[in-house]
Design a protein around this ligand. Structure first.
Ligand SMILES: Cc1ncc(COP(=O)(O)O)c(C=O)c1O
Length: 430
């Protein structure tokens, strides 16, 4: 039986819920089969939502299709990683050509050098790059480098922040067990970070910050500069997590913020849709990974995989300033239309935007990372209502636009999401 893991009370009487059930019987059936062999029938925490998630079978451009044949505009794009949408012809061509030549070798390949060059050329703080296979691994590797550089063990990060699913970085959420070496301070509170660094700086190897927690939490540039200055003063390595925010400019969000981190974490879009992670940064720190130095060993069977890096080169290269600006303009338009729909429905809705990322929550505004990641009852309802109206976004309301959205697509998405807000309002009034 399906359990309602997010405690969405009274589902069975709800119209939105019933519409979802009646549109998606094949997804439900496959979900029941999956549940026999995978916890909750899922394989990533963010994939699960009540009453059950869809099974997707195809993606093309800005759209995806589910097992029941329903079509959706995809405005989450695998949590920001598909910045050019699905099945993007230049990426398909690059990846297919790479596959034809073999999918993995235990030696350097041309594409990984090209991708490392692209990142180093685009991002001012990056002298050299090391690849791995996920953002999670990038966080673990950055921490290892910082520990080797400083001889210290602890890390400092924002409460409710996220730098991957290793226990070191799942800090401060209600269900997160505290890791013995993780210290936290409040996101956006520079004085709070400074206080921890003054008091315990001698124990801290690295300070990690996301550019925008949950893809959307905002803090002014001054927050980052103050935290970095305090980290440097304490002799700790400052790591900026650009796994999600690298899309903000060709030089990453760090260029917009005017900062130069010691190390940067990359993931998602730099793999062109394939599993990827990387760190890049100051040469003296990155050189700790040089096996000739014998400081510590970092290996990985699939690091810098030729298919991933061939796709990644195209993904990064084709993320041009013009396209970044177009996506941001489209997101701004969507932002305005969602706010107007929320006002018309007289619901307590917050819509926030940073570049081409948007977040809609059915509560009052809060920049807190934990709030950005929470799924409340109305958010859950809106998520289902949006899918009923043919728009696929994340359960917590994150949206990530892609370069392949047309103006007509955007207009249709805004209209459908406006209708979904209306559906939630109608249900709330019942
Ligand atoms: C800011 C941030 N850092 C790290 C990660 C971990 O990346 P991955 O899921 O590739 O392990 C994520 C994933 O969502 C993320 O959003």
């Amino acid at each position: 039986m399906w359990q309602d893991a997010r405690n969405l009370s009274g589902w069975n009487t709800m119209r939105i819920h019933h519409t979802y059930l009646s549109r998606t019987p094949a997804s439900r059936e496959l979900g029941e089969r999956a549940e026999a062999v995978m916890p909750a029938g899922e394989t990533r925490a963010a994939g699960y939502h009540a009453p059950y998630p869809l099974t997707l079978v195809r993606g093309d451009g800005a759209r995806v299709w589910d097992l029941d044949g329903n079509e959706y505009f995809d405005v989450i794009c695998n949590y920001t990683s598909l910045v050019h949408g699905h099945n993007y012809a230049p990426i398909v061509e690059a990846a297919t050509n790479a596959i034809r030549r073999g999918t993995a070798w235990p030696a350097r390949n041309l594409h990984q050098v090209e991708l490392a060059e692209l990142l180093a050329n685009r991002v001012a703080s990056v002298d050299s790059v090391r690849f791995c296979n996920s953002g999670t691994e990038a966080g673990m590797l950055a921490l290892q480098v910082a520990r080797a550089a400083t001889g210290r063990t602890k890390l400092l990060m924002a409460r409710g922040g996220y730098h991957g699913s290793h226990e070191a970085f799942v800090a401060g959420g209600a269900s997160a067990p505290a890791w013995e070496h993780t210290l936290t301070a409040k996101w956006g509170d520079a004085a709070g970070f400074e206080a921890v660094l003054t008091e315990r700086g001698h124990e801290i190897a690295a300070v990690f910050l996301e550019g925008a927690p949950g893809g959307i939490g905002y803090a002014p540039p001054e927050f980052f500069t103050r935290v970095q200055a305090a980290a440097s003063k304490a002799g700790a390595v400052f790591v900026l997590d650009e796994v999600i925010t690298f899309r903000m400019s060709t030089g990453g969000y760090q260029k917009e913020l005017g900062i130069r981190p010691d190390l940067t974490m990359f993931g998602k879009l730099i793999g062109g849709g394939f599993p990827v992670g990387a760190i890049g940064g100051r040469r003296d720190l990155m050189d700790l990974l040089d096996p000739r130095r014998g400081v510590f060993s970092h290996s990985g069977t699939f690091n810098g995989n030729p298919v991933t890096t061939a796709a990644g080169v195209v993904s990064v290269r084709e993320l041009t300033p013009e396209r970044i600006a177009i996506m941001a303009g489209q997101a701004e338009e969507l932002d305005g239309r969602l706010k107007a729909a929320a006002a018309a429905a007289a619901l307590d809705v917050t819509v926030r935007r940073i570049g081409s990322l948007l977040h809609i929550t059915f509560n009052a505004a809060s920049p807190d990372p934990e709030a950005a990641r929470a799924v409340n009852e109305k958010n859950g309802l809106f998520h289902l209502a949006a899918m009923n109206r043919g728009v696929y976004l994340s359960a917590r309301g994150l949206m990530s636009l892609s370069t392949v959205l047309t103006e007509a697509d955007l207009d249709s998405i805004a209209e459908r999401l406006g209708e979904a807000i209306g559906d939630v309002a109608a249900e709330a009034a019942e």
